[in-house]
Design a protein around this ligand. Sequence first.
Ligand SMILES: C[S@@+](CC[C@H](N)C(=O)[O-])C[C@H]1O[C@@H](n2cnc3c(N)ncnc32)[C@H](O)[C@@H]1O
Length: 311
Amino acid sequence: MTTKDAPKVLTKYPNTRYMGSKRKLIPTIAQVVKQLDPKSALDAFAGSGCVAYLFKEMGLEVTSNDFLKFSYHIANASIANSKTKLTDKDIDFLINTKSGGHNFIQTKFKDLYFSDEDNAFLDNLWWNINLLKDEHKKSLAFAAVSRACIKRRPRGMFTYTGFRYDDGRKDLTRSLKEHFLLAAKEWNETVFDNGTLCSASNTDVFDLKDKDYDLVYIDPPYVSNHSDNDYTRRYHFVEGFISYWQDDEIQEHTKTKKIVSHPSRFSSKTTIHKAFDDLFGQFPNSTLLISYSSNSIPTKEEMIKNVGETP
Ligand SMILES: C[S@@+](CC[C@H](N)C(=O)[O-])C[C@H]1O[C@@H](n2cnc3c(N)ncnc32)[C@H](O)[C@@H]1O
């Protein structure tokens, strides 16, 4: 496949290095979905949003869901949004308006993840984002700041404190403000109208209002003895930022000042089998397309058997 033929998602959609991202599988997923020829699709565990964006590009009426708020804003900015962009004036407002001395991040997260200057930028930015009236603009700004924080962080995560793993990459020499400006431009470029009404949702998959989607794409965290599958823990700083830590409880005794993880039935050996059973039963009229790691629990054989048995 040449760059010219590559789906826009591979050339235009920001590459986020999101844990478990299916970006590399996009050509395969595109091929499978083309054969199925659905008109509507749910990406039930959207994460970085790249698969939902592929579906949008293929002309499907897409619903993108994830229980993380920052993932929701990415989807609301790039999938549900068909025309709104951040203007130069919006961006100038976001970075240059003085919000009035808020310093929660500067004090709570001092010396943990970013410089004092970067922390002050974030404190100011959050209040300005919330003064934006348009929900898609807000989401574009939240998507941009999430990308900025993840790119500015060595290894793109918040499970350790301090500045080790700084290998001098260009991303690690840029300020958060510079990253934000670049990311705002990148998210703006993802906005397009595919002629359908796409939407974004932010809920546990079991709380989704059932709808008859032609296709449901299922890419939950993987349960195994080895891999990390706690998305809240990995990205707690950006997740907390979205509500300025008002919706989330910080675990004060931790060095990382992480928030309490959102419980997921897809994260533990004891709940995973029933979680899959229930999920398969939740969409009886849809074609289910599942990505799962072959050395995880349940195994491929167990899963196929269970789908067969779902009424
Ligand atoms: C493997 S990742 C998805 C990756 C995504 N397909 C991509 O390409 O970027 C799994 C996602 O499931 C979300 N998640 C985990 N448990 C969930 C639940 N019970 N309901 C909704 N989302 C959940 C996580 O926040 C994470 O973003």
